[in-house]
Design a protein around this ligand. Structure first.
Ligand SMILES: [Zn+2]
Length: 255
């Protein structure tokens, strides 16, 4: 019998500056493990530090599409070297495309997305994908790299859209699934086999119902699991056992 995994959260976020120890204690006492994700160089280093200090916290590192202007060759090389040597780094991300904020032109975003996918390929780690209003381009690029695998964090699309890469990717769902207006996500989830699903919070963001509007935290993965159990008509423990096993597999974490 497994406990819950939060496959994507930001314990390294400034919003936890006053209660980080409490959040980490809750994770240790209640969860199988969590993956703390960076979004730029500093937050990636912070994610690694937190992972190094805590047994069941792992790190994913990389530059979010709205932070690619901060990329330098030196920083990328340093992250790559860290990923090669540190077993607590289990993913490259969050990386991807964001056509909502459009901080950089599409072509620039694609270039740095590809660069980081290739980095993940070299270090043989999962990619953790952020995609917003850019789904078709995201899937198209991921489909080019047949030997890269990973997690589609807060996957916003349909079952049909993800199908071409579902052999190598896990769909990660979080608080959006519990929202009243989360119909699209609920419908997608009802079709994706549970063997291809992992759970997340994206905390401190996207707090699930019934805590919407407050600061999210990793243990709220519980509400996502409950909603999946309802949608898929499975037991709560089966949802945990299968999605936790999936998370162990995609992040190649040995128990
Ligand atoms: Zn995130």
């Amino acid at each position: 019998m497994y406990k819950l995994v939060d496959s994507h959260c930001h314990v390294n976020d400034i919003q936890y500056k006053d209660n980080k120890e409490e959040i980490i204690k809750e994770i240790k006492e209640n969860m199988e493990f969590v993956v703390c994700s960076g979004w730029d160089y500093d937050s990636s280093i912070e994610a690694i530090n937190i992972a190094n200090e805590n047994d069941n916290i792992y790190a994913s590192i990389g530059f979010h599409p709205t932070d690619i202007s901060k990329i330098t060759d030196e920083k990328l090389l340093e992250l790559e070297n860290l990923a090669k040597t540190n077993k607590k780094i289990v993913g490259i991300g969050e990386i991807g495309l964001d056509y909502h904020w459009m901080t950089d032109e599409k072509e620039v975003q694609k270039k740095f997305f590809r660069m980081q996918i290739e980095l993940a390929k070299r270090v043989n780690k999962a990619v953790v994908i952020h995609t917003r209003e850019a789904l078709a381009d995201t899937i198209e690029i991921l489909d080019e790299y047949k030997d890269v695998y990973g997690v589609l964090h807060c996957y916003p699309g349909s079952y049909e859209a993800v199908l071409p890469i579902l052999d190598r990717y896990y769909v990660s769902v979080g608080g959006v699934l519990t929202f009243k207006n989360g119909r699209k996500t609920k419908e997608m989830l009802s079709k994706v086999p549970i063997e291809k699903v992992v759970l997340e919070t994206d905390s401190p963001y996207l707090t699930p119902t019934p805590f919407r509007g407050r600061i999210n935290k990793p243990i709220y993965t519980h509400y996502v699991a409950e909603e999946i159990a309802r949608i898929k008509e499975m037991s709560y423990q089966d949802v945990i056992d299968i999605t936790t096993k999936n998370a162990y597999e995609v992040y190649k974490i040995c128990k």
